[in-house]
Design a protein around this ligand. Structure first.
Ligand code: SF4
Length: 65
């Protein structure tokens, strides 16, 4: 099983990553950097080798086209 991003890790902390988005309409599932269309936990281009929550968020969020 692929490890989940630790929100307290230096990179996640620098990007203010959280497992539960507090920003209306913005989450990992609709971010351009998400690498999968399915699953509660998915790869993200900014966190190689880790998985982010579909409902997560970080300050690098950009709307998926
Ligand atoms: Fe989530 Fe996008 Fe941040 Fe990756 S870049 S953690 S998909 S908001």
């Amino acid at each position: 099983e692929v490890a989940k991003v630790d929100p307290t890790s230096p990179q996640a902390s620098a990007l203010k990553y959280v497992h539960d988005s507090a920003v209306e309409g913005q989450n990992c599932a609709n971010c351009v950097y998400i690498q999968s269309a399915e699953g509660d936990w998915r790869p993200c281009a900014l966190f190689p080798g880790k998985q982010v929550s579909a409902n997560g968020w970080c300050s690098a969020w950009m709307k998926k086209a």
